[in-house]
Design a protein around this ligand. Structure first.
Ligand SMILES: C[S@@+](CC[C@H](N)C(=O)[O-])C[C@H]1O[C@@H](n2cnc3c(N)ncnc32)[C@H](O)[C@@H]1O
Length: 276
């Protein structure tokens, strides 16, 4: 009975998927044709908090019109054969953040095939910043309640190959769940300038990641929380997503006397630890 229902449902699901893809492609093409969105200064990060939707649209346009070609080539590479997730506007976000804050140490929790850590390393190279990049991840198909990953890939070796593709120095990769002792030791071993939390999106895990990272990030340092846009005014276009309940709830609970929100690009929200 279940099989019969699945067979009946599958064509409907596929049709829904095709319709969604068609809407997404149409919205992307429209935004690409439009004049550059005026009245948003992308370097004024506060503008993203006042009007996150407009700021996101502009970041998308900036990706296609003003970002260095090397960064578009990087995203093209990771978009091929499903090497990565993310959205074009996020490349713009990292470009602005890394240039402005010049982190010397960068930690990502939740590495898939290395798109974000290699992007940070690439921007650092373009900007002549020395930045040590570390990633903590199981490097297996272990996911969470909102993700599924293929079992056929060695994610660890694949990440290293992707770094080699861009001639980037080898990152430090820690094969562990962020909640395991080995990972906690790595997070606590130094004061980080920038941490990106994008591992398990279930509330309990995000909450645990935030609590250990909030202590480990340097005064004035940044934590970027992925998939945390559900409780904000941001209205994503059809080719983007607003986030998941776990990170979004956590974002609402952050102690704002300790962490000020400085930027939102789509479902990515950036918090800066107070300097004292
Ligand atoms: C959405 S992907 C992150 C993509 C990443 N931002 C990138 O650019 O490569 C989430 C990743 O987190 C990993 N993950 C799942 N649970 C984790 C945990 N508890 N700690 C660390 N990583 C975890 C998954 O295996 C997956 O590779």
């Amino acid at each position: 009975m279940k099989m019969v229902m699945q067979k009946l449902l599958d064509p409907a699901r596929r049709a829904k998927g095709r319709l969604h893809q068609w809407r997404a492609d149409r919205a992307r093409a429209k935004l690409l044709r439009q004049d550059m969105i005026e009245g948003v200064d992308p370097e004024e990060l506060d503008a993203s908090l006042r009007d996150p939707t407009r700021y996101y649209y502009r970041a998308f346009q900036d990706y296609h019109r003003t970002l260095p070609e090397a960064l578009r080539a990087h995203r093209d590479y990771f978009s091929l054969n499903r090497r990565g997730f993310g959205e074009d506007a996020f490349h713009t976000m990292w470009w602005r953040l890394i240039r402005r804050y010049q982190p010397k140490t960068f930690l990502e929790i939740g590495v898939y095939r290395g798109q974000t850590i290699s992007l940070v390393a690439l921007i650092a190279r373009l900007e002549r910043i020395t930045c040590d990049v570390t990633g903590i991840s199981p490097f297996t198909s272990a996911g969470d309640s909102v993700s599924d990953y293929s079992e056929d890939i060695d994610y660890h070796d694949d990440t290293l190959r992707n770094f080699q593709h861009f001639d980037l120095g080898e990152p430090r990769l820690v094969r562990a769940l962020s909640t395991e002792p080995e990972a906690l030791d790595v997070i606590r071993e130094r004061s980080w300038d920038c941490i990106y939390i994008d591992g398990n999106h279930d509330y309990e895990v995000v909450q645990s990641d935030w609590s250990v990272c909030a202590k480990a990030v340097a005064p004035g340092g940044l934590i970027v929380l992925d998939d945390a846009g559900l409780n904000t005014d941001y209205q994503p276009p059809p080719f983007a997503t607003k986030g998941h309940p776990g990170p979004s709830q956590l974002a609402s609970e952050i102690d704002r006397t300790q962490f000020g929100e400085i930027l939102q690009v789509g479902h990515n929200r950036v918090f800066q630890k107070s300097a004292s």
